[in-house]
Design a protein. Sequence first.
Lengths: 495, 152
Amino acid sequence: MEFLAQLQLGLQTALTAQNLLFVGLGAALGTLVGVLRGVGPAAVIALLLPCVYWFDAMPVIIMLAALYYGSQYGTSTAAMLAARRGEALPVLAGAQDAQKTGSALAIAAFGSFVAGCVTAFLIAMLVPTLANWGLTLGSQDYFSLMVLALAGAVVLASGSLVKAIAMVVLGLLLGQANSESGVALNLHPMDKGLAFVVFAMGVFGFSEFIAKVANLPTGSGADAVPVVRLRDMVLARVQVREGAPAVARGTALGTLMGMLPGGGAALASFAANTLERFVAKDRVAAVGQGAVAGIAGPESARNAGAQASFIPMLGLGIAPNAVLALMVGAMSMKGMQSGPQWLSTNASLFWGLVASMWVGNVLLLALNLPFVHLWIQLLRVPNRILFPAILVLCCFACFSLAGSDVALYWVAAFSLLGYALHKLSCEPAPLLLGFMLGPQMQAHLHEALVSTQGDLSSFVTQPLSAAFLIGALILILSVVLPSVRKGRKQAFVQG
Amino acid sequence: MRIKSQRDFWSGLMFILLGLAFAYGAAGLRIGSAVAPGAGFFPLALAVLLTMLGAVVLFNSLTIEREGGDVVGVIAWRALIFIVSAVALSGWGLQHLGLLVTVPIMVVLGSLATGGFNWKDSLANTVLLCGLSWAVFVLWRDMSIPLWPVFF
């Protein structure tokens, strides 16, 4: 019954006025990000990083988490509404009238809600187990596990494999510059936390705005959105019966995909879409044209994937994707060391976060069904107003953190680098994971070398470490093999 | 010799240049050996690796045929120039020009970046953001920045 007591404690923490406010803030911001489309949650979290110091750890973490899974709801909602505007979409091309749009919205939101609640429960179950297991690992095992995580990130990055590996190496190098030797390299007169903020704001935040600002949807698009009333969202019994198994499949698959290194919401949604097409073999056309399962599966998987990626991050300190890597950074800015020992020192924070996910999902259900038109109205705010506001507030926040103009020159330089990487189709996610994992890997490597007097063979003689390294090798080799290469290319074209 | 993938050609070149730059930086540090690594050991090893990977990418871009030459495409110069200069200016501006001058400059640069600049909206936005950033940064965060330009 200790489990229930912990959960109750977590709920009490999550339901305090301050934490409720921050969950709501994160959920609202996330929905907005998702509905806006174009700019992803990673960019927004990166730009919010300088504000992390302004608040306590608890509200910051639950807000950033709510922003991430909230943006999945927003993405679903935008997709369901966009179908009406005649845009090409993987799901629901056939929704023509308000009734259909309404039920599509309801299916997506309820699917995400169920997936989110179940995944939060799984986080509560799995993270303590994973952390306990993590504590038994030696430094060799850890080093190899991180190699495996980086290999996963490389394999799941779209585009050339060599370029993705080069991005990891560049990330490791920048991470080096961020550790003690960086001071000697004379790269920046900044402390660690600040260097991370500056790097993330440039490469993930502003560069994405540079790339997308010309194409961001503006006010005019909102006019074409149909008026969907609450009674349009009532689901028929047959829709519930058809949708429920798809939600279950989507949640299970999404959870799995979210935990994979390199995984997350997009991968989960893509995998579930494929699964639903496979399950509905005789109704292939129907899945594409708005069959209930074709919406319920991928949309619930999307949310499950987003939340499940917290499991390896909270349990082992290994972030599976860019958003979670930014969260690790935010946590270390609050003085928390991520890793298997994180849970035992931050138990109340963990249970508060889990409980906040239930609260957040309830709020998101409300934000995306009864209040859906509020978001459409917000889309009317033109970019020429919204964008300078983001620019001013984020730059000033960074200045207030750094207290000098040098930090802003670095943000500008990293924005340039980020935009160059974007144009050259070099994915920034492996770069960030290398940047975050680099110093940790070096510490484990150093520890392992000291304990074995410089004997590198212990990495392959220790069974777990060897297994992880072989896993990494298989991952890399599997992409090099021509048959898989073809399938991977197709997957990215479709996804 | 014909470039077969523009994107890979330039990324290869970028990786090589970054690798060499880091190697140059690390060469000034104590290298040590694999058993007793100095401060420069890992940076140097990684920089050499990055340069080699860059060379592979560059080589591939000249040998493997791609559809349509994998061109870099249109560069959003307007957004790039206005946003980067606004970011770079913001810190210096806050120190030397003061809050009430920096905000309008950044508002103009920011709306120019979106391509939808107009005087009326920018003026309203400036008033709003001056108030908001004054309340947040000066009043709440207690940041000591000048409101007006300082000349000395």
